[in-house]
Design a protein around this ligand. Sequence first.
Ligand SMILES: C[S@@+](CC[C@H](N)C(=O)[O-])C[C@H]1O[C@@H](n2cnc3c(N)ncnc32)[C@H](O)[C@@H]1O
Length: 295
Amino acid sequence: MENRKEDEHVHMTTKVEDSPWYVRDIASILQPQTREMLQSYAGISPDDLVSHIEAARQRAWPLAPYPSVGALTWLNPYLLLHPAHDRVLSKVKSGAKIIDCACMVAPDLRYLASKGAPTKNMYGFDIEPGFFDIGFDFYGDRTRWAGDFFEADATKPFEQSKLGELKGQLDIIWCPKFLHLFDREHQIELAARLVELLRPVAGSMFVGSQNGLPESEELPFKNGSFGTTQKGIWMANADEIKAMWGEVAERTKTKWDVEARLLDLRTIGLHKDDGTFYKTKTGYNLQWTATLLEA
Ligand SMILES: C[S@@+](CC[C@H](N)C(=O)[O-])C[C@H]1O[C@@H](n2cnc3c(N)ncnc32)[C@H](O)[C@@H]1O
């Protein structure tokens, strides 16, 4: 019975009124740095911020009613919370090439751009290309953006999309809230394939940020759309993700230095646990930085 209940909660729904994760108080989610970025980078006036965000969510929701779309977890750049933030910002500002995996509206690339990083070295892909237009309108940077957003299903051979052309070309893989759509085996498989995009030199980085759980658990998941046919999604913890990188290293015949931590979002005021299944399970941000030592 408990499992059935969980299954129902994880199942995605397009009906707003059925969604336990659809945040109504937008202003309470909007963090000061995002507010500042939307004003200075996107040119949105303070009075229009909430309606601007709601309009973007209303366009995004029918495309992909992910819990994160309704919960607005795409609004505040998660890179700001990440221990690799300073390294990523400084490398990208100095010309490193970065790809945002399953970027949706690419909040983190926009954050880097707002800090002066050149957008020509930025790539983003998503299985749902409709997000790119929403992102351009949301951040008002269509005519300034020199980077490349392209449609790709990462579960398919890379040669079927522009991913094939990027093999061995990138310095940083930024992978936010994507691998957690898959079960453990598929997370390892996908991570190992994405590694092929990195330049095979010491210092290349694979930076991850996704939902995790202290106890590490496979949650049932019955929606088979968006390119996944997963029956479960794996919510790992820091030790498990390090173990996963051990397997990625073996499969790709590479060596990595891996740092990982599980950040309880409640401790930094970014998450209120109202006792619902979704809120209880998604209050942790699992972050890791895998730095290539030897290829
Ligand atoms: C939970 S959202 C995260 C969005 C964004 N990365 C963020 O941090 O807010 C998951 C994203 O994965 C994309 N996606 C799902 N399956 C995919 C696949 N097989 N290949 C590429 N993108 C995929 C969805 O369209 C969606 O934008």
